[in-house]
Design a binder for this molecule. Structure first.
Ligand SMILES: *Cc1c(COP(=O)(O)O)cnc(C)c1O
Length: 382
């Protein structure tokens, strides 16, 4: 049976069509040759497809690069970034407060490949300086640490990377390009879990990684096609729709998080609120410096009463504990039993993550309703 093919229906679709095709045909060997030599066009979707190019270009514009690479998950972007600059015999350092799987990649997988790794406190550049060796080739850091929302000393880290000729890789997932632009501030590679607030609806799993260095960009593209970190067309299509409203959602969640941080600080039963641009945050000055007015969509708080109170709050809230962030609606997580469960209790406590510690990913609901919902659940838990 012959397919009608594109163009059979007339008209120009306003929305980028979903190109759910693995293979792209070429008219002649010459035409195929041209595509492999860089002419526009597609051959096989692991190497690239229209939906990845389309959504990738939207993130490129936000981060100020061209040719950023879409990947099948945020972790694929982290892996691709590290593996594009590291080889056996190299050394890399990462923040002690990286995303859990990024930490595992650096503690368990890279050493297996002959790449030694070390760690530093992202808020204290002296610890990074101390971790750097003559063979250090990459630094991996997140601007805002999960879930304590401590702020990395990005200025000092960029200076260190420059002075020692090290590739600075920034996971910009929590901050987003509207909050912080790593490449403008000395980073060499920036990456996202697009799964989170960029796509914004918890229905697409994707990553993105980009650079302003053309050689690095090509390396990312080639290695991605070889390793097969490819993004699925349908997820790209969903993320494109999500990204269209990202600036609007960002504005709203910033205002909501800020308002909610203030309200929770005045709520009986709350022992601590963690919000980077609130003036009791330990990195308040740095947060204002790096992020300006918006402390982001992530907000953590602690209630008294340990695990029992935490259970009561969760039940009263009628909101499932969700091990993700960046959704259009507010989600809550309990780090002690999820993201940070593998940490020994003493280390968790040292980070400030008690049994009463919750992390919110603030959504776009009306602020009054959100405040009311949380306050009554906290009252029920006390
Ligand atoms: C979620 C997340 C990742 C991993 O992204 P996936 O899309 O889940 O693979 C990496 N870094 C940060 C900061 C994240 O929040």
């Amino acid at each position: 049976m012959k397919r009608p093919g594109p163009g059979a229906f007339g008209g120009t679709p306003l929305v980028t069509p979903l190109y759910q095709s693995v293979v792209y045909g070429s008219a002649t060997p010459d035409a195929l040759d041209d595509i492999y030599n860089g002419a526009p066009g597609f051959t096989y979707s692991r190497e690239g497809h229209p939906n990845a190019v389309s959504v990738g270009a939207m993130i490129d514009r936000l981060e100020g690069v061209s040719g950023g690479v879409m990947t099948g998950s945020g972790m694929a972007a982290v892996s691709l970034a590290l593996l594009s600059v590291l080889k056996a015999g190299d050394h890399a350092i990462g923040s002690t407060q990286l995303y859990g799987r990024s930490l595992r990649l650096m503690t368990e997988e890279l050493p297996r490949l002959g790449i030694e790794t070390g760690f530093f406190d992202p808020t204290d550049a002296d610890t990074a300086r101390a971790a750097i060796r003559p063979d250090t080739k990459a630094i991996l850091v997140e601007v805002v640490a999960n879930p304590t929302l401590r702020i990395a000393d990005m200025t000092a880290l960029a200076e260190l990377a420059e002075a020692h000729d090290i590739t600075l890789i920034v996971d910009n997932t929590f901050t987003t390009p509207l909050g912080y632009r790593p490449l403008v501030h000395g980073a060499h590679i920036v990456l996202h879990s697009v799964t989170k607030i960029l796509a914004g609806h918890s229905d697409a799993m994707l990553g993105w990684v980009g650079s302003r260095d053309p050689a690095l960009t090509e390396r990312l593209e080639v290695l991605g096609a070889t390793l097969g970190t490819t993004a699925a067309p349908f997820d790209c299509w969903l993320a494109e729709r999500g990204l269209l409203s990202f600036p609007l959602r960002f504005e709203r969640v910033c205002a909501n998080a800020k308002g909610l941080a203030k309200a929770l600080a005045d709520t009986p039963g709350v022992t601590r609120v963690f919000y980077p641009t609130q003036n009791d945050h330990p990195d308040y000055a740095r947060a204002h410096n790096l992020l300006g007015d918006c402390g982001g969509h992530m907000l953590s708080f602690e209630i008294a009463g340990g695990r029992e109170a935490a259970n009561r709050l969760s039940e009263a809230l009628d909101m499932p504990l969700a091990p993700t962030l960046g959704d259009i609606t507010t989600t809550i997580s309990h780090p002690a039993t999820s993201s940070h469960r593998a940490l020994p209790a003493a280390e968790r406590e040292a980070l400030g993550i008690s049994e009463g510690f919750f992390r919110l990913s603030v959504g776009v609901e009306p602020l009054e309703a959100l405040t009311q919902t949380l306050r009554s659940a906290i009252a029920a838990a006390s």
